[in-house]
Write a protein that binds this ligand. Structure first.
Ligand SMILES: Nc1nc2c(c(=O)[nH]1)N[C@H]1C(S)=C(S)[C@@H](COP(=O)(O)O)O[C@H]1N2
Ligand SMILES: [Mo]
Length: 377
């Protein structure tokens, strides 16, 4: 097993690095910092024309890697299951693969998707709307592994640790997230080693990752090497200090968890290279896209050509799976002029995408209506 190269369990030492931005970690300008571009170049998004595919080609699926992609080999990988369990175990990759396999199409979205559309924006990975993808994941369900290990009655959470390490918020850390026992025991939660019929690629967590369908992506810990049953709720950085719906640096806020309802369109016509404004020929068009709501189904998708003043119902395609998106299409008779195309979805519990984003400090869960500028000729 390959651990990061640095950490000698430094007991919460802090490591101060240069601050970027206005001191409060937000930017109030349209200009982007070099550091945001640096992150954007490492963490690719899915170009929105990729919404054409039911299953996103692996090379188009978005990426989010906080630190470095670890250099891992499945030959010496091990997954440790320990903490408050009666039968601690260590599984190698042959043992993981020998277990009952499952495959599931899952739409994954980064909780920071839409961050750079907020004003002011949190200085971090500057997603517009491309932090999405749907893959056919293959792995083995987690629940039976936990049952075999015998999670003790006094355990309240399971802590998942990746081998990747770095400094965030001044803290040297492994990437770690937790789930309650109940959340972790759900049928769809799996240890995944395959993506779209091939082994995981290095950047997607090779050789093994957690996959928690319906949750924003941060929960699906990549390069998974340890699962630990713990007696107190985990209070590490990625749980308590980030992935929060907070209003300021001091506000603990509420945890970010399930994916919110969202619809996105394939921008019609052709783009202007720099601005990405669309040039569209006049006449009849079928505008297409995808809509999802995490664990929930999408009940309705509406399309607008006038910036959201008037809406017409789009037609819904089949749901690709219980945790995957639906396609939608809308007929549009494009008349010459400047148009602002919009799409919005409603989930099966009646929650609708907002037209104005309720702002939050970390730029989380921004499911504001998708708008596309188009010039009809
Ligand atoms: N070990 C580890 N797991 C991780 C991350 C990470 O940086 N390290 N990033 C998380 C975040 S924020 C997201 S959105 C998803 C992205 O998964 P993908 O890159 O396979 O699309 O992985 C999650 N799992
Ligand atoms: Mo993310």
């Amino acid at each position: 097993m390959r651990r990061g190269e640095v950490l000698m369990s430094s007991q919460r030492a802090t490591y101060e690095f240069r601050q970027v931005g206005d001191g409060d970690k937000t930017a109030k300008t349209d200009l982007f910092y070099r550091e945001e571009i640096q992150l954007a170049l490492r963490n690719r998004g899915m170009p929105l024309e990729g919404l054409r595919y039911d299953v996103t080609p692996t090379g188009m699926h978005y990426l989010l890697i906080h630190f470095d992609i670890p250099h891992a080999s499945e030959d010496d990988w091990s997954l440790e299951i320990g903490g408050l369990v009666s039968r601690p175990a260590t599984l190698d990759m042959d043992e993981v693969r020998a277990r009952a396999p499952v495959s599931l199409p899952v739409t994954m979205e980064c909780a920071g998707n839409g961050r750079a559309l907020m004003e002011p924006r949190a200085i971090s990975q500057p997603w517009l709307l491309e932090a999405i993808g749907t893959a056919e994941w293959t792995g083995t369900p987690l629940a039976p592994i936990l049952e075999e290990a015998g999670v003790a009655g006094d355990a309240v959470e399971l802590l998942f640790t990746g081998v990747d390490q770095g400094v965030q918020g001044g803290e040297l850390q492994y990437y770690q997230r937790s789930l309650t026992i109940e959340q972790a025991m759900r049928d769809e939660v799996m240890l995944a080693y395959g993506m779209n019929g091939a082994p995981l690629q290095p950047q997607h967590g090779y050789p093994l990752r957690l996959l928690v369908p319906g949750w924003y992506g941060m929960t699906s810990v990549k390069w998974l090497t340890k699962i630990e049953a713990i007696a107190e709720p985990f209070d590490g950085f990625q749980q308590m200090r980030t992935y929060r719906y907070a209003q300021s640096a001091d506000d603990v806020g509420d945890p970010v968890d399930l994916i919110r309802v969202r619809s996105v369109m394939i921008p019609p016509g052709v783009p202007d290279f720099l601005t990405r404004t669309r040039l569209v020929r006049r006449g009849a068009h079928t505008v297409r896209g995808r809509a999802w709501a995490g664990r929930l189904d999408v009940a309705r998708v509406e399309f607008s050509e006038d910036g959201g003043h008037t809406w017409t119902d789009a037609e819904l395609g089949p749901r690709l799976g219980e945790f995957a998106w639906r396609s939608w299409s809308a007929e549009w008779d494009a008349m010459p002029g400047e148009r602002v195309l919009c799409v919005r979805a409603t989930d099966e519990e009646g929650r609708i995408q907002p037209t104005e984003q309720p702002w939050n400090y970390q730029g989380m869960g921004n499911n504001m209506v998708h708008k596309v500028d188009a010039r009809v000729e």
